[in-house]
Ligand binder design. Structure first.
Ligand SMILES: *Cc1c(COP(=O)(O)O)cnc(C)c1O
Length: 421
């Protein structure tokens, strides 16, 4: 199903490629757009093909180049996942393989569990997505994995943690960090990891980046040497706040293959209907993200001068030279996430949220509609007071995901909400 029609020899730019690959209408009675294949099980052309498909799926044999393996069972693989994965690859520069999951958390956890073993350690930046933080801080240690947080935005501290961690298996970074937008220098991190001595098995730690905030349009970690890019596809990739999905991409197909083997076992592949919905959204992700980023930048820069706002956290407004350098060298645009800190703490933040008419008070992000939330009491409420304070998640902080409405209308909504404080 993911094969092209064989006639296509040219390679195109990513925004074109996404409309020309991964799907052969002849395999779907000529349908111009992919059909949905809901079957849980697939009919083999012969017992021999079944045997061969199982040999490869279970890792007893390797597929020969160009070999067409028959589908087995939808927990392992299905046509809509293959189409979606093939169409996501050109969006992520440097990627050669992808695997779709039924949520961002499924993608993140499956990737970590594929490569970590008891006795190893993980270095990770904070703050990061609440669920990921919960898994690293509270779950993994129970399985014998040491997890070491480092405050995002401190390159030297990250270098030092990577160099001193015992039996380091994985470095996991979210950049920009959720919700403070603190950035991590990915090229520098890769240099540090590559300078580590290789282990007795000849291995170096894997570096994973949660690219949900700026990818796939504005930041390309694989081109900087990162091993795995992780997504909550629930956000920008999908774009309409109406489905959950996750994605893992890598330069090295072998890494994705190992993750898929665990996906077979855990049963967390994305279901056919969701794959179909998501691949219909991919051709517009660049358009949506460009518009939302332009909106966010205009709004952030206007709000920065507002007397009731203590500070606006947004990449184009960074003042720290290291952060500015990372933004300018690593990101094409500042993106559509911003956070504002209100004088007046939690009561002011809550009143601001209550006063909004256009923007909605909801968690999540990356949809065409503008959303706002109070991280301290919602997305990051599992942080202890000290963790929140250290990470910059204050009582007056409101996180905003700018949508694609007219920017003046969104700004007007925020200004009216501020005026009433
Ligand atoms: C939402 C989100 C996740 C989790 O993704 P789900 O699809 O909700 O499981 C992980 N990382 C980041 C940065 C997110 O915003």
């Amino acid at each position: 199903m993911p094969e092209n029609d064989g006639k296509k020899t040219e390679t195109f730019r990513s925004t074109t490629e996404i409309l020309t690959r991964g799907f052969d209408p002849r395999l779907s009675v000529g349908s111009a757009r992919p059909a949905v294949f809901r079957s849980s099980t697939y009919v083999f052309s012969s017992p021999e093909s079944a045997e061969r498909a199982f040999d490869v799926a279970t890792g007893r044999a390797e597929a020969r180049p160009g070999e067409k393996l028959e589908l087995i069972y939808a927990r392992l693989n299905h046509p809509n996942a293959e189409i979606l994965e093939a169409q996501t690859i050109p969006l992520e520069p440097g990627a050669r393989a992808a695997a779709a999951f039924n949520s961002g958390m499924a993608a993140i956890i499956t990737s970590l569990l594929t490569f970590l073993r008891p006795g190893q350690s993980v270095v990770y930046t904070v703050p990061l997505y609440g669920g990921t933080q919960h898994f690293l801080r509270d779950f993994l240690p129970g399985w014998g994995v040491r997890t070491i947080p480092v405050l995002a935005g401190h390159g030297q501290a990250l270098d030092a943690a990577v160099r001193s961690a015992e039996n380091l298996g994985v470095v996991l970074v979210e950049t920009p960090a959720n919700p403070t937008l603190a950035m991590t220098d990915l090229a520098r991190l890769c240099r540090t990891v590559n300078s580590l001595p290789v282990s007795s098995e000849g291995k170096r730690p894997l570096v994973m980046v949660d690219n949900t905030f700026l990818g796939p349009t504005f930041q390309h970690p694989l081109t900087l040497g990162i091993d795995l890019v992780l997504y909550s596809a629930t956000k920008y990739l999908s774009g309409f706040s109406d489905l959950l999905a996750g994605m893992v991409l890598a330069r090295d197909p072998e890494l994705v293959e190992r993750i898929r083997m665990q996906r077979h076992l855990f049963g967390n592949i994305l279901q056919p209907d969701e794959c179909w919905m998501l691949d219909g959204r991919l051709p517009t992700v660049t358009l949506r993200m460009n518009r939302a980023s332009k909106n966010a930048q205009r709004i952030a820069e206007q709000l920065a001068a507002h007397p009731k706002i203590a500070r606006v956290l947004y990449p184009s407004l960074f003042s720290d030279p290291e952060q500015l350098h990372i933004f300018h060298t690593q990101c094409a645009f500042p993106g559509a996430m911003l956070a504002i800190e209100l004088d007046g703490g939690k009561p002011a933040a809550f009143e601001f949220l209550r006063n909004l008419h256009l923007a909605r008070n909801a968690v999540s992000l990356g949809g065409v509609e503008t959303l706002a939330c109070h991280p301290k009491t919602t997305t990051h409420s599992t942080y202890t007071d000290e963790e929140a304070l250290e990470a910059g998640i204050t009582d007056g902080l409101v996180r905003i995901s700018a949508g694609i409405e007219h920017w003046r209308d969104i700004l007007g909504d925020f200004e009216r909400a501020l005026d009433k404080l």
